[in-house]
Unconditional design. Structure first.
Lengths: 323, 569
């Protein structure tokens, strides 16, 4: 187990270094630079832009810029954001908790809901409940996330103004709320983005769970469980469910990075200041340090999620040995 | 500062009693109805502005975006403020801000500014003449890299006579020397900024504090979420008539506009034409056209992007430029893109400029003449309908940023208009950073240009004078006409505004005759505004400059106008 973990960690470091290096080169090859984006006023002369480039070391050769970035990252300094005029580390320290809150809540809810729906469908395969649930899930599985988020926003924040139109908290009244009301206000603002992400992702989880359950239902041990007097529902929930968990756990591991990427649209529509939105905006502004650090954070999340998923699969199925 | 009360938000009983108290209070204070109120009532209220961009700095010399400018203009005062008519000549129309008065030297090469002794920084320190000296020195320091440095070439230095008397020295006596100093230099606190090396101010935390002397002070800046300004109650120019201004940041246009329509914000400044019917249906909202100094045109590159130094093979010929201009039905395009809210650009100037002249002759829309002109210029139509001359096809691209929906629509309409006279046009769209790179490296044929000029006539020199061709100039199209250069030079040195306008007229006439661009539209800035807000002093260069004098009648105030803000001293 230890050797396996050490090898995986070694691989993970390699993946992270490769991905960040690749993104560093790629963003520098894109037309434009951060200074041109930051100083777009009509009176800004090229001399001023060149002076800014020199200040930030953007006039240095690419390998030198990369070496400087690598050294500063190793020291825990992620550089300075040109577009936000703040240290990148501070920017991420602000954004990361927001992403974890949104994605984490949505991930738990969507897989909880997805697995429950999958079980309900698999209890009566091809029955009426299975069919209408399947069709509904297919609709949610197919709709584009950006469009769906906008529909939810317009419906529940504008036409039926039950929820706020965006943001983490109330723009004007939050500071004057008592602690409990502050929590309520946060949850109220969290509701629409979490609902959107949950609905979109639960569909996929449910389809996976249903398929996995249906695959194990004809097993000998299911027949034995039924022969021993268990009801069909109890046999599905107690025996088939655990045996059908492996694909869902794998999907969960894959979904963590997908959540980071997929939630970009939801973050954008609901003005949720998370890491995904930050990185996308940074690409538009050619904010090199922010983009590279965003990729660094995302790649660390990806390799960690993959590692955790592998370990979880081994725990769920004793037949699998990590080696 | 407004006194913040620990109110419980969304508790109906308390809110109701608060409203009742406010209603009784306003009924006593404000006997006239809201429509008949001649003067603003007791100060108060909150304005939430939905915006799709965050500020990047609170240090005026480094501002680059519109939100930077809006916020810093509210936080920092200047020595004097430009008048509503944007007259930049002399000092006649300027009003006192930090300088309560000023005196010109007999040779006009220096001006003595007497600082208002009551002026204080938001941290309680007095504003001193040395702050003026520091501000000018800082903005002129090349290591700061201020975009405005080039605009201060005529300002030599500032000396300090005593703690409230600063003397500004100029290199030459010019019509706009007063404007050059007071408009371009917001006064900064030396005691806050001088401890940081100038070269480090770009990244220093001190640049985010926003300690100024304006009628609003910075309360909070939560990046990506909101910027909260509150009224500076003891300001030497008097308390603002609004308690709070909140910039609510949404990173997406749709999200920002939904925030406004959902009632979470009071002002959204960039409504699209398709959103206007929604406003008309909403009894609580109104539209307000905001004046601006922007104009859009199709700019033609005079030099060959593939052979710099050589004239452009198509646009180097004046006859071709004029023919392409004749091929464009500008009025129909305006209607197509902006419906009824658009304003046609007349020439290389916005209508709101004092030097604008809408009696100048324009090149008419006439496709038959356009074809004839192209024929006579040697561009002959081939079997596919596309013209060519000496083996070169009449083919070029329109460079446009993908972020602008209006410019994108115009580019498509222009493509079709040019096709009708035998030109093969391709669209070259990229994100803003890519677009800007094409522009500054001159690697484009034509581009959908948007230019926001400053109130000075010298702003036109930056776009159209020969000496502004090159890496430090804004004449990205390499347009050059000695007559235009001479006339714009004369316009900027004329002390008589009427003569300045006359010279500018001659310059504009020559530019329009040369047709280096097709004048398309002035981007309509239609704001959606909550009806309770009374907007005054909307200046074309900065509609928000008078925000401290906007007001909300006491009997129209809503929940967010009163929450957290107590009675003012």
């Amino acid at each position: 187990m230890r050797r396996y973990l050490a090898a995986r960690l070694f691989q993970a470091v390699g993946v992270v270094v490769f991905v960040t290096t690749f993104s560093f080169v790629l963003i520098h090859l894109a037309p434009g630079d951060p200074v041109a984006g930051a100083l777009r006023g009509p009176n800004v002369s090229e001399t001023v832009r060149e002076q800014w480039r020199a200040t930030y070391g953007l006039d240095r050769p690419l390998p030198e810029q990369y070496a400087r970035w690598l050294l500063s990252t190793a020291r825990g300094e992620l550089g300075y954001s040109f577009s936000l005029h703040r240290p990148v580390r501070d920017v991420f320290l602000d954004a990361l908790p927001n992403t974890l809150l949104l994605s984490g809540t949505a991930l738990l809810l969507s897989f909880g809901l997805g697995m429950a729906v999958g079980v309900l469908q698999a209890e009566r395969p091809r029955g009426a409940r299975d069919r209408w649930m399947g069709r509904t899930l297919l609709v949610f599985f197919s709709v584009p996330d950006f469009w769906f988020a906008l529909v939810i926003l317009i419906l529940f924040a504008y036409r039926l103004p039950w929820f706020p139109a965006g943001g983490l908290k109330d723009s004007f009244g939050y500071d004057y709320l008592p602690p409990l009301a502050k929590v309520r206000d946060r949850l109220w603002h969290l509701a629409l983005p979490v609902f959107t992400l949950t609905v979109l992702t639960a569909a996929n989880a449910a389809r996976q769970q249903r398929a996995a359950l249906i695959a194990v239902l004809p097993s000998d041990w299911m027949r034995t469980a039924l022969a021993k007097g268990l009801s069909w529902r109890a046999a599905v929930r107690k025996h088939a469910f655990r045996n059908a968990l492996l694909p869902t756990i794998t999907l969960l591991g894959i979904s963590v990075p997908q959540f980071a990427a997929g939630s970009i649209f939801v973050e954008k529509v609901f003005t949720w200041p998370g890491v995904g939105l930050l990185t996308v905006n940074a690409i538009g502004a050619r904010d090199y340090p922010l983009v590279t650090s965003g990729v660094l954070v995302a790649s660390i999340i990806v390799v960690c999620a993959a590692l955790v998923a592998d370990i979880a699969v081994a725990i769920a199925d004793p037949r699998i040995r990590l080696s | 500062m407004p006194q913040l009360l620990p109110l419980t938000f969304r508790r109906p009983a308390r809110i109701a009693s608060l409203f009742l108290a406010c209603a009784v209070f306003s009924a006593c204070k404000d006997k006239k109805g809201p429509d008949t109120v001649a003067v603003p009532p007791a100060p108060g209220g909150t304005i939430v502005i939905a915006t799709s961009t965050d500020a990047s700095t609170m240090l005026p010399p480094l501002v680059s975006g519109i939100v930077d400018r809006q916020v810093t203009d509210l936080l920092y005062d200047r020595l004097a403020d430009i008048g509503q008519n944007l007259n930049t000549v002399g000092d006649k129309d300027f009003t006192a801000q930090l300088a309560e008065r000023w005196e010109w030297a007999t040779d006009s090469l220096s001006i003595v500014f007497f600082i208002n002794p009551h002026a204080m920084w938001h941290d309680g320190q007095p504003v001193r003449a040395s702050d003026v000296r520091f501000s000018v020195k800082l903005m002129k320091d090349p290591s700061l890299g201020s975009p405005a440095t080039a605009l201060l070439v005529n300002v030599d230095s500032v000396s300090v006579r005593d703690s409230v008397t600063a003397v500004a020295w100029f290199k030459r006596h010019t019509p706009e020397q007063f404007y050059d100093l007071v408009y371009q230099v917001p006064i900064l606190p030396e005691h806050i900024l001088s401890n940081t090396p100038v070269a480090q101010l770009k990244t220093a935390e001190v640049g985010r504090r926003g300690i100024g002397s304006g009628r609003f002070r910075l309360d909070k800046w939560e990046p990506g979420q909101r910027i909260v300004l509150v009224s500076d109650n003891f300001n030497y120019r008097g308390r603002a008539k609004i308690d709070r201004v909140i910039f609510a940041i949404s990173p997406d246009f749709n999200a920002a506009s939904t925030r406004f329509f959902a009632g979470d914000a009071d002002l959204f400044e960039n409504l699209r034409v398709e959103q206007l019917p929604e406003i008309a249906k909403d009894t609580g909202k109104k539209t307000q056209r905001l004046p601006s100094l922007s104009y859009n045109y199709l700019a033609m590159n005079m030099i060959d992007p593939k052979n710099p130094g050589q004239p452009h093979p198509i646009f180097g010929d004046r006859a071709v430029r004029r023919a392409l201009t004749m091929a464009v039905d500008r009025r129909a395009m305006l209607k197509n893109v902006f419906d009824t809210i658009g304003q046609l650009a007349y020439g290389p100037f916005p209508h709101s400029m004092t030097v604008a002249d809408t009696t100048l002759p324009q090149i008419p829309y006439d496709t038959a003449k356009a074809r004839a002109l192209l024929d006579s210029a040697g561009w002959v139509a081939g079997p596919d309908g596309i013209r060519s001359k000496l083996g070169r096809r009449l083919a070029f691209s329109i460079t446009t940023p993908s972020s602008s929906a209006a410019r994108h629509s115009y580019a498509i309409l222009l493509q079709e208009a040019f096709r009708k006279v035998g030109a093969d046009v391709k669209l070259d769209e990229s994100d803003f950073a890519g677009y800007l790179t094409r522009l500054t490296s001159h690697t484009f044929d034509t581009e959908m240009a948007n230019f926001s000029t400053d109130p000075s006539v010298s702003g036109f020199q930056q776009s159209w004078s020969t000496r502004f061709i090159g890496k430090d100039g804004q004449n990205h199209y390499s347009y050059s006409n000695p007559r235009v250069d001479a006339m714009l030079d004369s316009a900027t040195v004329a002390f008589d505004p009427a003569r300045s306008k006359l010279y500018a007229r001659h310059a504009f006439e020559a530019i329009m005759d040369d047709a280096p661009g097709i004048w398309l539209y002035e981007p309509p800035t239609i704001a959606g505004v909550h009806k309770r807000i009374r907007m005054v002093k909307l200046r074309a260069d900065a509609y928000f400059s008078g925000l401290a004098d906007w007001w909300i009648p006491s009997n129209e105030r809503i929940q967010r106008d009163v929450i957290g803000v107590g009675p003012t001293p």
